[in-house]
Design a protein around this ligand. Sequence first.
Ligand SMILES: [Zn+2]
Length: 102
Amino acid sequence: MAARTTKSPWTPERVTALNKRQKNPSWHPYTCGGNRCDAAHVQHAEQHNDRDYGVLVATPNGWVCPVCGYRQDWAHTADTTGEFRQWDARVADPSPSAGERE
Ligand SMILES: [Zn+2]
């Protein structure tokens, strides 16, 4: 089964969802496609307490590696629209009708 993916540019909502996912321990983060095990990537991960080497940062124009500038313009669609977004909506508006407006 082919994974459904979405290409940047992404909306601020999708960027937020992707960056939340990067910190979620239930999923392996999107990581740099460059040499993410070199000294610079290892040092950056240790300084920022990252979960892996070369953890990518989502921006409206796609993923960026904060160490080497590697870019990736796609993500799995579910990661941008899935449960993270619903969870955010509940936190932002905990009223019982929050889910009915969508
Ligand atoms: Zn990198």
